[in-house]
Design a protein around this ligand. Structure first.
Ligand SMILES: C[S@@+](CC[C@H](N)C(=O)[O-])C[C@H]1O[C@@H](n2cnc3c(N)ncnc32)[C@H](O)[C@@H]1O
Length: 347
């Protein structure tokens, strides 16, 4: 219990760091780019959100204590790398604010224009008003840090909800014999946790962005048994019945409804009979209704054109319609872990 409390305290401290960086960033952009927001949720609601954050971090600490995943998932990057990124983040904040106030959502550098060629139309945009969307090394370098700031240091704990689903469903402790495919891995945050929790698995890390996949490769270079591939989650370059487990984190809320359905269809095709599909993504309107004001505000402040439709269409229903069997979901803070099984009848 002492160890669990220490882990929890560490996560709280980490959250406080990202929160203070976010407060400073907001102040900085307000002074130098005039960014303002009149969103002012009731104090009582903010307290409830804070409590749900604490609950998530406590549960995460307990999972580490119980050995669901190792303590190493918490090892931080070097403080120097963290600090060196801050000027870039603050400078980038000004660009984000400028695009936000001008309502510009397709502004790309030459590298980004080049990388965006031949990508699906819905994908070619500055999601979150971020510089270059998902199409440059610069974007891939600062993305994870930006997400942690947005979620007060809870993004990684939300991603780790995925591990619990896979462990519960597969009954495997080290991943021996499992072939896992990760869709839309981004710069590899969840991939790292999957590998740490299942060191004996053969993991395929995929994404549609070259820059993000390169960043993932770089971050995971110390790990063995990982293959990397550029892949569209809605049109997978794999044979039928190839993987035991398919996972993704924070993909669906950035896709149009038809593409979400197509990703589930492709996952079903590529999974072996009895295979596991597990995803972590944003909560939706039906999950915790009192938090809906935050879900409604998110796409107003950050460019997320498909988010509202995502929130309106329960993922659990879509998984059942795919059809996956034994669909389950659990939410914590602003994340939801969902999973289902490919029944033998679907193959
Ligand atoms: C919000 S980020 C999540 C990244 C990562 N999974 C995480 O937890 O941070 C969404 C990711 O989905 C990827 N993506 C979007 N559409 C995709 C598609 N059709 N196929 C594969 N990846 C896609 C983007 O390149 C980006 O890396």
């Amino acid at each position: 219990m002492i160890r669990q409390n220490l882990i929890y305290s560490y996560s709280l401290g980490r959250g406080a760091l990202f929160l203070s960086e976010m407060v400073l960033l907001k102040l900085f952009t307000k002074i130098f780019a005039g960014g303002t927001s009149d969103f002012n949720p009731p104090k009582e609601l903010v307290n409830q959100v804070r409590q749900s954050l604490f609950d998530l971090l406590k549960e995460d600490a307990k999972k580490i204590e119980d050995g669901v995943f190792p303590l190493s998932v918490l090892y931080p990057e070097s403080p120097l790398s963290h600090l060196k990124r801050l000027p870039k983040l603050f400078w980038d904040g000004l660009g984000i604010e400028k695009r936000r106030s001008a309502g510009r959502t397709t502004v790309f550098s030459d590298q980004a224009k080049d990388e965006a060629k031949n990508k699906p139309i819905y994908f070619k945009r500055n999601f979150h008003f971020q510089t270059d969307g998902y199409f440059s090394d610069h974007s891939a370098e600062i993305y994870d840090h930006q997400v942690e700031m947005l979620f007060t240091g809870a993004a990684d704990a939300m991603r780790r909800m995925l591990i619990t689903e896979i462990k519960k469903r597969s009954g495997k402790t080290d991943g021996e014999g499992l072939k896992i495919l990760e869709l839309a891995a981004g710069s590899g945050s969840s991939s790292k946790f999957i590998h740490m929790a299942f060191p004996k698995t053969r993991l395929t890390v995929s994404d549609l962005s070259e820059s993000y996949l390169d960043k993932a490769k770089f971050r995971l270079k110390a790990f063995k048994n990982i293959d990397y591939i550029i892949a569209d989650a809605a049109d997978l370059p794999f044979r039928d019945n190839e993987y035991d487990v398919i996972v993704c984190t924070f993909l669906f809320h950035e896709m149009p409804l038809e593409v979400r359905k197509q990703v589930l269809k492709e996952s079903l095709r590529v999974l072996k009979p009895g295979g596991i599909f597990a995803a972590v993504d944003s909560t939706q309107y039906h999950d915790r209704k009192e938090f809906n004001v935050f879900l409604e505000q998110f796409p107003i402040e950050y460019h997320e054109p498909f988010y509202r439709n995502y929130c309106e269409n329960p993922m659990e229903d879509m998984l059942r319609e795919a059809p996956f069997a034994d669909v389950q979901s659990r939410s914590a803070f602003f994340a939801k872990a969902m999973s289902g099984i490919k029944s033998c009848a679907s193959s």
